[in-house]
Design a protein around this ligand. Structure first.
Ligand code: C2E
Ligand code: MG
Ligand code: MG
Ligand code: MG
Length: 279
């Protein structure tokens, strides 16, 4: 007891920790203001099939601070989670994605496209989450399967039963479910089997050195095999070179996302990219 208290006391007065705490508090204040002032944007990154044809996009949140460079999600998502701001922001991303899908549904050259939306643990855990997804789909009047939710293995920390039940409700609604950053987490295979998934997404950490690192290649191969035996589709993120794409294709991964094809783009530029692809 006394030992713990002593350790905590030391931590509390650690100037470095103090600096981090202050920076976090500032970021939280900035984020609240950013949300009030509509400083968030969404970029969209194409997902393509083996034939190079776009199957959809992933929606990626951007924060355009008026006096700073673009802030990367990695630098603010965790604070958005801690402050619960991720709840309204996440709902907004979902609504934007559904509205975009509704617009594409009216255009024959775009109606096949899906949109993947990242869902944070905090958002998924929220008791209203399933209802919010249902409302967003109904309000936009879209086909549910066009909406793909990207979940991560960290959801499982909440407990397998709750997670399976919630995912089941989403699945029943017709939404597509993908497991993002797969291979980075700790889900056991027996858990994985119970999740009502449609897709595994190979984390870019394994794609990066797939040609030179035998371990990464083995992990990628294992994930692809796993997806095949579970009857799931598989997509690789962070594909930057033709060689990586070819290697993945040889192993049976036929969907890709990465700079080789296109970086994340603002909607206007994405529309141009789609037009160029079609033309
Ligand atoms: P993620 O979902 O795994 O997204 C993929 C990340 O890889 C994106 O980073 C994307 O810009 C980046 N990327 C795409 N192609 C390449 C490539 O060829 N090479 C490399 N090195 N990177 C590539 P980004 O946009 O910085 O997003 C980082 C993370 O932030 C996302 O990882 C996701 O976990 C989170 N995030 C983004 N938007 C949202 C959101 O709306 N809600 C929530 N909860 N999280 C989000
Ligand atoms: Mg993602
Ligand atoms: Mg990912
Ligand atoms: Mg990732």
């Amino acid at each position: 007891q006394a030992k713990n208290a002593g350790r905590n006391a030391v931590c509390f007065f650690d100037p470095e920790m103090q600096a981090v705490a202050t920076a976090n508090a500032t970021l939280a204040t900035d984020l609240r203001q950013a949300w009030r002032e509509n400083q968030f944007l969404i970029d969209y990154q194409p997902q393509v099939g083996a034939d190079g044809r776009m199957s959809g996009v992933e929606a990626l949140l951007r924060w355009r601070h008026p006096h700073r460079d673009l802030v990367a999600p990695a630098d603010f998502i965790s604070t958005a989670e801690e402050t619960s701001l991720i709840i309204p922001i996440g709902r907004w991303v979902l609504e934007q994605a559904c509205a975009q899908l509704a617009e594409w549904a009216r255009r024959p050259d775009r109606r096949h496209l899906s949109i993947a939306v990242n869902v944070s643990v905090r958002q998924f855990r929220h008791p209203d989450f399933v209802d919010e997804v249902m409302t967003a789909i109904a309000d936009a009047g879209i086909a549910p399967h066009k909406l793909k939710l990207e979940l991560t293995e960290s959801l499982l920390a909440e407990g397998i039963e709750v997670t399976v039940a919630k995912m089941g409700s989403l699945k029943d609604m017709g939404v597509t479910l993908s497991l993002d950053d797969f291979g980075m987490g700790y889900s056991s295979l027996s858990y994985l089997k119970r999740l009502p998934l449609d897709q595994l997404k190979i984390d870019k950490a394994f794609v990066k050195d797939i040609l030179t690192d035998a371990n990464d290649a083995a992990i990628a191969r294992t994930i692809i095999g796993l997806a095949q035996s579970l009857g799931l589709s598989v997509i690789a993120e962070g594909v930057e070179t033709r060689e990586q794409r070819d290697f993945l294709a040889q192993q049976g991964c036929l969907e890709y996302q990465g700079y080789l094809f296109c970086k994340p783009l603002p909607i206007e530029e994405l529309e141009q990219f789609i037009d160029r692809q079609a033309g």
